[in-house]
Write a protein that binds this ligand. Structure first.
Ligand code: AKG
Ligand code: FE2
Length: 202
C-alpha cells in the first residue's frame, strides 16, 4: 500500500512538527483492522449524546462510546455516565498503541461516523480532566476522512490529513493549546468510519 505521509497532504503551509503530531499508517493491516472495526461497531454501547452549543441543546452528529478504568471517570469529559469496562478488542488495540505513544492510557473514546453526514465540529481536546498538554492516540478504521487542523490564532493556517484505515495518529505537545481540529461533513458519499482516541483522564 502506498505510504501517505502527513506531509504529502499539507496545503500551502509547512508541515506540523512531529513534536505535535505523529502519523503512522498501517498500525493494523487491512484485514485485521476490518475485523476489529466490524466487531467494535457491532458490540460497542453506542450513544448519541446531547451537547450544549451556544445555549441550544443539539444531538452530536455521530455515535460515541466510552470505555476505561473505573477511576478514569470525570463528568466534565464523559457526561454523567462512568466508563464501561475494557473489552478484549480495546485492550488489544491499546497494547499496540501504548509502546509507540510512550504512555499508559486509562480510557478510550470511540466515535462512529455512519456516513458523510456524520462529523465532529471544530474543537480542541482541552478539557481540564485531560491536563494541559495531553497525549492522545487516535486509531482509525474504515472510510478515509480528512482530519482538518487549524491554528486558533490564525484560521488561515490549516492542514488536512487523510486518516487511513488501520492508522495511528498521536496528538501531543501544544497541539490542543494552539490548534483546533474537526472531521467535516462530506457531500461525497462516505462509508462508515470508526475512530478511537485513547486518553489519560486525571
Ligand atoms: O474522529 C476523529 O478522527 C477525531 C475525533 C475527535 O476529535 C475527538 O473525539 O475528540
Ligand atoms: Fe478531538
Amino acid at each position: 500500500m502506498e505510504q501517505l505521509s502527513f506531509f504529502k497532504e499539507e496545503g500551502h503551509t509547512p508541515g506540523l512538527p512531529v513534536s505535535l503530531l505523529d502519523y503512522r499508517p498501517e498500525l493494523f493491516g487491512a484485514a485485521e483492522g476490518g475485523a476489529l472495526m466490524e466487531r467494535l461497531i457491532k458490540e460497542s454501547a453506542w450513544k448519541q449524546r446531547i451537547v450544549k452549543m451556544y445555549d441550544k441543546e443539539v444531538v452530536t452528529p455521530r455515535l460515541t462510546a466510552w470505555y476505561g478504568d473505573p477511576e478514569a471517570y470525570n463528568y466534565t469529559v464523559q457526561g454523567k455516565s462512568a466508563p464501561l469496562p475494557w473489552t478484549d478488542d480495546l485492550l488489544l488495540i491499546r497494547e499496540k498503541v501504548e509502546p509507540i505513544a510512550g504512555i499508559s492510557f486509562n480510557s478510550v473514546l470511540l466515535n462512529y461516523y455512519r456516513d458523510g453526514n456524520d462529523s465532529v465540529a471544530w474543537h480542541s481536546d482541552n478539557e481540564k480532566a485531560l491536563g494541559t498538554h495531553p497525549v492522545i492516540a487516535s486509531v482509525t478504521f474504515g472510510q478515509v476522512r480528512n482530519f482538518d487542523i487549524r491554528n486558533k490564532a490564525d484560521h488561515g493556517l490549516k492542514y488536512s490529513i487523510r486518516l487511513e484505515h488501520g492508522s495511528l495518529m498521536i496528538m501531543k505537545g501544544d497541539l490542543q493549546v494552539n490548534w483546533d481540529h474537526r472531521i467535516a461533513k462530506s457531500v461525497r458519499p462516505m462509508k462508515e468510519r470508526l475512530n478511537l482516541t485513547f486518553r489519560v483522564v486525571i
